[in-house]
Design a protein around this ligand. Structure first.
Ligand SMILES: [Zn+2]
Ligand SMILES: [Zn+2]
Length: 212
């Protein structure tokens, strides 16, 4: 399978948003449209993509802010874990209030829930869902071949904060150790914030994952 990625930084926190697409069919998934919907959609049109899925690694505002815009323009369903789904409808839970964002008007969105082991097909691409909670209760990572979209679970040399509502440090460490570190060293980690890294680098150098 041939995939390609367009990386964008969106919203007030410069959240990493990824357009992942199948080069054969041009079908695409937008991962974490956290803001700047117009910017994302420009890239969709410019690259002649058909967005068939809106994927949320978790429900924090900086990852979901342009969900509704993207759905309006593409008609694609939103995929999120059941435990983070309430954040789509609650600006307090999603931290939109905390970030000073205006609450969106309540509106129906087409939303499908995803769980550990689910496989989503985007053209010829297969996206596997890994349940990686701890930063939020329903955090997931997306594995596509040797690429891992880790959301706010794992960053280069760091991990997601666990002091927000529903966060739990031991749960996050367990998620990373049980779901991410067993992947091959060469797996490229594309996180929700900051630069990309690899599983091998984080196993060796991430200060939070040292086994002492
Ligand atoms: Zn987050
Ligand atoms: Zn974030």
């Amino acid at each position: 399978m041939e995939q390609n990625i367009i990386h964008l930084q969106v919203g007030p926190l410069g959240t990493n948003c990824y357009l992942l697409f199948c080069t054969t069919t041009r079908k695409a998934a937008v991962i974490d449209p956290g803001g700047d919907g117009e910017l994302i959609f420009q890239q969709v049109k410019k690259n002649n993509l058909e967005v068939v899925a809106i994927l949320n690694t978790h429900g924090h505002w900086d990852h979901i802010g342009a969900n509704k815009q993207m759905q309006k323009w593409t008609g694609a369903p939103i995929y999120i874990h059941q435990l983070d789904k309430p954040m789509l409808y609650d600006t307090r839970l999603s931290l939109a209030d905390w970030l000073g964002e205006e609450p969106e008007e309540a509106g129906e969105v087409i939303c499908k829930t995803i769980a550990e082991g689910d496989i989503l097909e985007i053209g010829q691409l297969k996206i596997e869902v890994l349940f990686t909670p701890g930063h939020s209760p329903g955090g997931v990572s997306f594995l596509v071949g040797d690429l891992l979209f880790s959301g706010d679970a794992l960053f280069q040399r760091s991990i997601g904060r666990t002091d927000l509502a529903g966060g739990d440090f031991p749960t996050l460490i367990r998620s990373i150790k049980e779901k991410i570190l067993p992947l091959s060293d060469d797996t490229v980690v594309l996180p929700g914030h900051g630069p990309l890294t690899t599983v091998g680098e984080e196993r060796s150098y991430n200060p939070y994952l040292r086994t002492t």
